[in-house]
Design a protein around this ligand. Structure first.
Ligand code: PRP
Length: 185
């Protein structure tokens, strides 16, 4: 285990590196069966999904391509502002493509509700939502994941791509942040 000066800010581990690995392998198998004949476009939503994206595309050995879009709605706050901004747009035409959106977390649903509509208006043939974490307690938009790794409680989670004020994304596990860390701000 690498040394860390972030562990001290974590209240408890929610999903260990090993648990994440096992679940992502299962999700990769499910996606393989569903998409092996469909030439999917795996579309990662930056920044949060960058680590999950890297692992899920390797857990799913389908001849496919990858794309990214970057959006932001939290602007360093602990709850969504509700306004989704595209900070880096698609670099390719997705007309007629079977888009598989890869997200780290589905929370209020603002981001994926906006993006699903956006990809449809851009001509996607289908939009499938794959999220590592699903936090249904906070949903305010009518949107559901097609594939979800874990249902999480309504706590502030960080690690494995998920941040607080842009930090903690590089922790190899997912943990609950100590409330005193974000209430200090
Ligand atoms: C996070 C996360 C999702 C979104 C989910 O992104 O990566 O994209 O929030 O929340 P929602 O369901 O309430 O919209 P954030 O805007 O924090 O940007 P990031 O990906 O750069 O961390």
């Amino acid at each position: 285990m690498a040394k860390s000066n972030m562990d001290q800010d974590i209240l408890r581990v929610l999903y260990s590196e090993e648990q994440l690995k096992r679940r992502i392998a299962e999700m990769g198998d499910e996606l393989y069966e569903a998409f092996k004949d469909r030439n999917p476009l795996f579309l990662g939503v930056l920044k949060g999904s960058f680590i999950f994206m890297a692992d899920i595309v390797r857990a799913c050995q389908i001849k496919s391509d990858v794309e990214f879009i970057a959006v932001s709605s939290y602007q360093n706050a602990t709850s969504s502002s509700g306004v989704v901004q595209i900070t880096h747009d698609l670099q390719q035409d997705i007309t007629g493509r079977e888009v598989v959106v890869i997200e780290d977390i589905l929370d209020s649903g603002n981001t994926l509700y906006f993006l699903k509509n956006y990809f449809i208006t851009k001509g996607a043939k289908s939009v499938t939502i794959v999220t590592l974490l699903d936090k249904p307690a906070r949903r305010t938009k009518p949107i559901k994941a097609d594939y979800a790794g874990f249902e999480v409680p309504d706590e502030f989670v960080v690690g494995y791509g998920l941040d607080y004020a842009q930090k903690y994304r590089n922790m190899p596990y997912i943990g609950v942040l100590k409330p005193e860390v974000y209430s200090k701000q």
